[in-house]
Design a protein around this ligand. Structure first.
Ligand code: GDP
Length: 465
């Protein structure tokens, strides 16, 4: 007969044990990961002091005693550069923290008092060890490659080559077309072609707003910068070649060389990331810069929607057979957050949150199906604007005041955020526009934010009970 510990004994045991959570934060580059982690660490370090965390129940109940940095367990992962980020915000003039480019980690020990068992008892002191891990969302875009061979992947990449994308990849396309699949290409030439492919990806991302980029590591190589494992590219001109003919080519042919490197990348880059890191995360935050996409027009907005849905496949445990074969993930809570909400007036925050939920409705539904709580938020990690009432214009009209990156003081109303997916009428109206803001110089206390506390309470509230 199975024997279970009575509930009150179980509670005592659990409370006696120090708890531990590995909380991972991801998002495409410039989504706001570095700013978010900087603020999260800052808020926790100022919890119970001057941080504005009214929505965190443990803070309201005066149970959060403080957070301290402690040595991280995995010495092979760079430390998240919190001090450097704070130094940028404190500098004169203040600057946004330099974004992280690979994976980084920081461990906090959070002291709290457990909830009182009765009115007459004070809670016991306990420690929550919080590991914060930051990694590029681009890496998650590689997941589908695991189910493809080089031939299929090349076909998928060829289907993505719309005229708009081709424009950014033209140098690579032109140089690569000089080499047929059966030719023998020198190592140096191959490295140059791969470099042109990578440059094209960077340009497509930077100047064209193309978010869906494969392989993800080509954009953010982390510790693999210049490594030969990243020196391959898809063959997008395979017309006239049957799969059998290609498979029969000798090992030193271009096709077979690229195929071998593609398989190596899958085995030595993609799989180890999922096996060694991803499957050890307990909770996950996915950040999305919805507002910048909305600001950039329909093509970029739709590309963001497509890319985020592809990225979220990594959390689709219910439907993804790959996971059960490869590893057992264990994320038990996931928050999706629209960042930089200080770019819009507070009356737009609900619409922003609803828009994000709509944009991500399929992945959110998949999470629910897999019985993993998931919620959408709208937040600003580091608020760079203040809200002004324009009573002399229209009653209750709000506007934002801030400094542009060019150091100009502005007062503006960026427009209404649509709460459903924007249609042609929205885009035709051009009803939305803002410029990026400069952060205010931070002198002391906790960083100003919007709704970081709502997210914190939902993500960790059950851990410091
Ligand atoms: P990462 O590449 O995902 O780490 O993105 P960062 O955290 O470096 O953010 C990219 C840029 O977005 C920053 O340099 C800021 O210009 C802007 N940004 C990030 N978070 C906020 C925020 O909370 N408010 C505002 N106004 N801008 C933000």
């Amino acid at each position: 007969m199975a024997w279970t510990l009575p509930k009150h004994l179980r509670d005592v045991l659990e409370r006696g044990l120090d708890r531990q959570v590995r909380l991972a934060v991801t998002g495409l580059s410039r989504a706001g990961k570095t700013a978010f982690l900087t603020s999260l660490i800052n808020q926790l370090r100022h919890a119970g002091l001057d941080a504005q965390l009214e929505l965190v129940s443990a803070v309201r109940e005066h149970r959060l005693l403080g957070a301290q940095r402690v040595d991280q367990p995995d010495l092979s992962i760079p430390r998240f550069p919190y001090d450097e980020a704070m130094a940028s915000l404190q500098a004169s003039p203040a600057a946004w923290p330099t974004p992280t480019r690979g994976m980084s980690e920081l461990r906090l020990a959070i002291k709290y008092r457990t909830r009182r068992a009765s009115r007459h008892l004070t809670g016991e002191e306990a420690t929550l060890t919080l590991d914060l891990i930051d990694y590029p969302g681009e890496w998650l875009l590689d997941l589908p490659m695991l189910q493809q061979d080089f031939h299929d992947w090349s076909g998928t990449m060829a289907s993505l080559m719309t005229p708009e994308r081709r424009a950014f990849m033209s140098t690579w396309l032109e140089k690569a077309s000089a080499h047929t699949p059966d030719s023998v290409v020198e190592e140096q030439t191959l490295a140059e072609l791969a470099a042109h492919y990578t440059d094209g990806l960077h340009q497509a991302r930077r100047d064209g707003g193309f978010y869906f980029i494969q392989p993800g590591r080509f954009l953010l190589p982390g510790e693999l910068r210049d490594a030969p494992v990243l020196q391959f590219y898809p063959l997008v001109q395979l017309e006239g070649w049957s799969r059998e003919a290609l498979d029969a080519l000798p090992a030193d042919s271009l096709y077979q060389t690229l195929k071998a490197r593609f398989e190596h990348y899958k085995r030595h880059v993609i799989t180890p990331f999922y096996k060694s890191y991803f499957q050890r995360f307990d909770r996950q935050v996915v950040l999305v810069d919805v507002l910048t996409a909305l600001n950039s027009g329909p093509a970029v907005f739709n590309e963001l929607r497509y890319t985020m849905n592809a990225l979220m496949q990594s959390f689709n445990y219910g439907r993804n057979g790959l996971f059960s074969r490869l590893f057992t993930p264990r994320i038990d809570r996931l928050a999706i957050a629209a960042t930089k909400a200080d770019h819009v007036t507070p009356d737009q925050h609900d619409a922003l949150q609803t828009l994000l939920s709509t944009l991500m409705s399929q992945p959110l539904q998949d999470m629910r199906y897999a019985n993993i709580p998931a919620r959408a938020f709208a937040l600003a990690s580091i608020r760079a604007t203040t809200v002004k009432k324009l009573e002399n214009v229209t009653p209750n009209a709000l506007a934002l005041s801030g400094r542009t990156l060019e150091d100009q003081e502005v007062l503006l109303f960026p427009g209404d955020v649509p709460s459903t997916l924007p249609d042609e009428t929205f885009w035709a109206r051009q009803g939305f526009s803002f410029t990026p803001f400069h952060p205010a110089r931070h002198t002391s206390g906790a960083l100003p934010h919007i709704r970081m506390d709502a997210l914190l309470d939902w993500l960790l509230g059950d851990k410091w009970l």
